[in-house]
Design a protein around this ligand. Structure first.
Ligand code: CU
Length: 148
């Protein structure tokens, strides 16, 4: 391969890689939405168990207990809800940094209580897309490298 072609190749590959890694995601940056989740709690599961929000969202959780007393706390958040049987308890909070946070039942509700968990998924798809983009770029660059 000629010298200038190598320079062009690496220049393009590196700048594309930087764009994929660092480009801001304009869609999510400004959106702050209200999200309402009605979660049914029963031995030994939350339904729904996965809550997907974006950073900055105002999140309201209504916890409904269908059998015994259940609670809800979220790792990394100073929050605590307790719902008596047949009752609804609610709380509102602002979603923080992107990441995956475990929801836990905070009231001992029976034998499988430690496994009564769920997930608060805050944004976080960005990283996945960027990783996929970089992988794709590596494949394309590899093919191109062999052809030129
Ligand atoms: Cu429970």
């Amino acid at each position: 391969m000629k010298h200038w072609k190598k320079i062009l190749f690496w220049g393009l590959a590196i700048s594309l890689g930087l764009v994929i890694s660092l480009a801001p995601m304009p869609v999510k940056a400004t959106s702050s939405n209200q999200k309402l989740f009605k979660i049914q709690a029963s031995r030994f599961a939350f339904s729904p168990a996965v809550l997907a929000v974006n950073p900055g969202d105002q999140v309201t959780i209504e916890l409904v207990s269908q059998d015994v007393v259940h609670g809800l706390s979220i790792d990394g958040y100073d929050l605590h809800l307790v719902a008596d049987p047949g009752q609804t308890a609610s709380m509102t909070f602002t979603a923080g940094q992107a990441g995956s946070y475990t929801l836990r039942c905070s009231e001992t509700c029976g034998a499988m209580h430690p496994f009564m968990v769920g997930k608060l998924q805050v944004g976080g798809n960005d990283l996945l897309w960027r990783a996929a983009g970089l992988a794709l770029l590596a494949v394309i660059a590899g093919v191109w490298w062999k052809r030129v």
